[in-house]
Design a protein around this ligand. Structure first.
Ligand code: NAD
Length: 361
């Protein structure tokens, strides 16, 4: 079988931790080139991973190497530009989350994808964990019934990803903790709920740790006095179709006992919680409340779905069964846009005509 030619765009932290290993480990993929605007970063990564070619301009790289697929692992504001370009050259794209910093850009990506006939997958690795895959199947089998209430969050005590980096610059990140960590756990909650229609979004944002130097994430040093014009905390509420709702709470820094990342779902037949990577399922059998704890970590080699294999298989077989397709990036970006609009105005933002709800007596 011919190997797919793969190239990496953006040789920073996430590319090193995730993408380069993910694709290097596939025996039907050849990593042909790495691109970073900082030549030293691209060269160092290429050396570490025995990749032959290094570029500082992604257009140049795509023209010369003619890859079948690329990963886009750059700061958020470049995702749309690079993804659109790659698609226009007939290249499949594995784009990091968030797909874009605004919904209009995400819609442009969808149009570019339609024109190209190529595939775009978002790097939503939290949808690919064993716990998420197992829980999604559990929900799809009906064990939760109708999910009427959800909570999602990722709260850190000291987790600012470096003051003065692109993360804390609104023009380059699109926002603070909501677009950064919300792109994982708010996305995951909505994905598990079946991406329900969002009727309204009420959001609040805060900047309580902008002037501290003590709340940086381990390993993220930042630049003293650097630009920090995004929120370090975001909380809010989504009114969803069918009268259901989702409460969210995200912070890069906060005065809490310990970090917590979670999705909690309450349904008419059952419930589920995924807290700090541990999945629990709640229900009732024969009149007795019953809890289940799937032991998904017992086998360290268990991987129900591999994000990279999944994308390559979809590319090879022309499949349209992506777990994280570009459409979901449009859905998420609409929520993020509405959230920041709500936070700025102090009022909920209506996305769709709300439904009236009546209770029976
Ligand atoms: N899925 C996850 O769990 C996860 C984790 C961390 C980051 N991310 C995402 O990955 C992306 C990158 O984050 P990071 O933490 O690796 O940031 P980073 O700053 O460590 O790396 C970004 C890299 O992109 C390079 N770059 C900037 N402009 C470029 C251009 N025009 N062409 C090529 N390279 C360019 C930078 O020089 C830098 O090396 C972000 O979108 C972020 O949201 C995802």
């Amino acid at each position: 079988m011919d190997k797919l030619k793969y190239a990496l765009i953006g040789a920073g932290g996430n590319a090193e931790k995730k993408h380069i290993h993910g694709y290097k480990n596939l025996d039907d993929v050849e990593v042909v080139a790495i691109c970073d605007v900082e030549a030293t970063k691209a060269s160092a990564m290429a050396k570490r991973h025995q990749v032959a070619n290094v570029y500082t301009d992604y257009r140049d790289m795509i023209e010369r190497e003619q890859p079948d697929l690329v990963s886009v692992v750059t700061p958020n504001f470049l995702h749309a530009e690079i993804t659109e370009y790659a698609l226009s050259r007939g290249v499949h794209v594995h784009c990091e989350k968030p797909l874009s910093i605004h919904a209009d850009e995400a819609r442009r990506i969808l149009q570019a994808r339609e024109r190209s006939g190529k595939q775009v997958m978002i790097g939503l690795n939290n949808r690919f964990t064993n716990e998420a895959v197992y829980l999604k199947k559990w929900i799809d089998e009906g064990h939760l019934g109708d999910i009427y209430s959800a909570k999602a969050g990722w709260i850190r005590r000291a987790g600012i990803p470096g003051r003065g980096t692109w993360f804390t610059d609104k023009d380059r990140s699109g926002g603070g903790v909501l677009i950064d960590l919300g792109a994982h756990y708010l996305d995951l909650a909505l994905y598990l709920m079946g991406l329900p229609d969002v009727h309204y979004v009420a959001g609040r944002i805060h900047q309580n740790f902008v002037h501290t130097t003590t709340r940086n994430r381990n390993g993220y040093t930042g630049i003293a006095g650097g630009l920090f014009n995004v929120e370090d905390a975001a909380s809010g509420y989504l009114g969803l179709e069918g009268g259901s709702s989702l409460a969210l709470d995200f912070s890069w820094a906060s005065n809490i006992e310990e970090d917590r990342f979670y999705v909690e779902l309450m349904g008419t037949r059952g419930g589920a919680s995924l807290v700090n990577g541990v999945l629990k399922l709640f229900g009732e059998q024969d009149g007795i409340c019953l809890d289940l704890t799937p032991k998904l970590k017992l086998n360290p080699n268990l991987q129900l779905v591999n994000e990279f294999r999944h994308f390559v298989d979809n590319i090879r077989h022309g499949g349209h069964t992506l777990i994280a397709p570009a459409e979901d990036g449009v859905y998420f970006a609409q929520i993020v846009d509405a959230f920041y609009e709500s936070a700025a105005s102090g009022m909920p933002v209506i996305l769709q005509a709300p439904q009236s709800v009546t209770l029976t007596r």
